[in-house]
Ligand binder design. Structure first.
Ligand SMILES: Cc1ncc(COP(=O)(O)O)c(C=O)c1O
Length: 435
């Protein structure tokens, strides 16, 4: 390697290696380790046969088959976008138990949707079109750390907003905006980011009575420019208990300020790499322009497959199976936590999600779970991996809690989830301060 250094861009210099890569590597390279860290989905239930059927059906129609092998448009397959819009409107109407508002208006239309290579690509492009170095994003904390890393690569400042059992704390959000206005920084606040259903990492959702107020808050604080809300709904369809809640979109009938990001990765297969956003028209135009620079459209074949599965009903059938699979895994993990640590409930707490793929644990504050802690090393040598909770806060947040951890029940079998919890509980018991 030459001794003369390469002169990297600001973006590259702001990008740090994702901490999760080490954890993924450990989990994959050592089969004796039970990784409750990996964000992979359930392997057994991946819809191999259903996809084969969808391809075979698609291939019977030479025109569709050839279209699937051709370049598509930058925003993506029109019929799929229409199908997604219909589905979202139906979901919201159903969640609201009837009509949306006086005129039954909803911003989801095919024309307001762009399909991407996973929703991650579109989240990234949104950052690209909205953020300059020094701009501010207000994000629920703990939150989705992969996106925090992407935002940081743009030189953006992520200000963490507290969360509780009902998700993002709107009082804290508002007081943060008041402080920013006092410091003359309101013009730098570009959007609010929240995973509104079964957040990664807490598994908790934004409470029903905070949804409309969040959209109204964004409207109220659109003083120097339109303050946007990015609603990441990656886990919405993975609900195992309770009823669906309306999206923030349902409270933005004109489609002015809410961006809704969805994905087929979790409910279908991440290998299909198909996600989408619904966004205000003027924003979407910019997103499509940037996406044109990236790839002038995501894989047509994958979009056709998703469409085929939605149309044939295979998607909904698969989702029903998946809900049963994950529901059983979640129940197994929670039951094992209860068996192992139920009598430590005053010192060790965990969330009881109604969906998603994660459980969030809080240990006594004196007990560090960070990657350089003896607790982490002990867990590793006991053959279990978790995501240290401090990763789920912006790394500029010096006060971020260091006593939490994220457990995922997505990838491991029920037995391995249970065994992983047993190993972890052994480590926790040994590290708990003697009472
Ligand atoms: C909250 C959240 N949003 C977005 C994504 C991106 O998923 P994909 O790009 O596969 O759609 C993930 C992936 O884990 C996620 O957890």
């Amino acid at each position: 390697m030459s001794s003369i250094p390469i002169s990297f861009s600001q973006r590259a210099r702001h990008s740090v290696e994702a901490p999760i890569s080490y954890l993924m590597e450990q989990g994959i390279s050592n089969p004796d380790i039970i990784s409750l860290a990996a964000g992979l989905v359930d392997q057994e239930s991946l819809p191999r046969e259903e996809i084969a059927e969808a391809i075979s059906h698609l291939w019977k129609d030479p025109r569709r088959a050839k279209d699937a092998l051709q370049y598509g448009t930058t925003p993506g397959h029109h019929a799929l976008r229409g199908k997604i819009a219909d589905r979202l409107r139906d979901m919201d109407r159903h969640a609201l138990k009837g009509t949306m508002n006086a005129d039954d208006r909803h911003p989801a239309t095919a024309g307001r949707i762009v399909l991407g290579t996973g929703s991650q690509q579109l989240l990234y492009i949104l950052a690209e079109v909205l953020l300059d170095p020094g701009d501010i994003v207000l994000g629920s904390a703990p939150g989705y750390f992969v996106y925090m890393g992407a935002l940081a690569s743009f030189g953006a400042r992520i200000i963490p907003i507290d969360t509780d059992a009902g998700g993002m704390n709107l009082d804290h959000l508002e007081s943060t905006l008041v402080d920013l206005e006092r410091s003359n920084l309101l013009a730098r606040v570009k959007f609010i980011y929240d995973v509104t259903y079964f957040n990664n990492p807490t598994g908790l959702s934004l409470a029903a009575d905070r949804r409309r107020p969040l959209v109204e808050l964004a409207e109220r604080w659109s003083k120097t420019h339109r303050l946007l809300v990015l609603e990441d709904a990656a886990y919405r369809e993975l609900r195992y208990h309770g009823n669906d809640e309306p999206s923030l979109l349902a409270y933005d009938p004109e489609g002015e300020r809410v961006i809704y990001a969805g994905t087929f990765s979790k409910p279908l297969a991440p290998g299909i790499r198909t996600g989408y956003i619904i966004a205000p028209d003027d924003l979407l135009e910019q997103v499509i322009r940037q996406k044109g620079h990236h790839d002038f459209g995501s894989a047509s074949l994958n979009q056709q497959l998703v469409l085929e599965m939605l149309e044939s009903g295979a998607y909904d059938r698969h989702l029903a199976t998946l809900r049963k699979v994950y529901s059983a895994k979640l129940a197994g993990m929670l039951d094992q936590l209860d068996q192992e640590l139920g009598n430590e409930r005053d010192r060790v707490r965990w969330t009881m999600p109604e969906g998603g793929l994660y459980v969030w644990m809080e240990l006594p504050t004196s007990l560090s779970t960070t990657m350089d802690s003896s607790f982490f090393q002990h867990a590793l040598s006991s053959g279990v991996l978790y995501v240290p909770g401090n990763f789920c806060y912006p790394d500029t947040d010096a006060g971020a809690p260091r006593h939490c951890l994220r457990l995922s029940f997505g990838h491991q079998s029920i037995d391995r989830c249970r065994e992983g919890v047993t190993r972890l509980a052994g480590v926790i018991r040994q590290h708990l301060p003697s009472s």
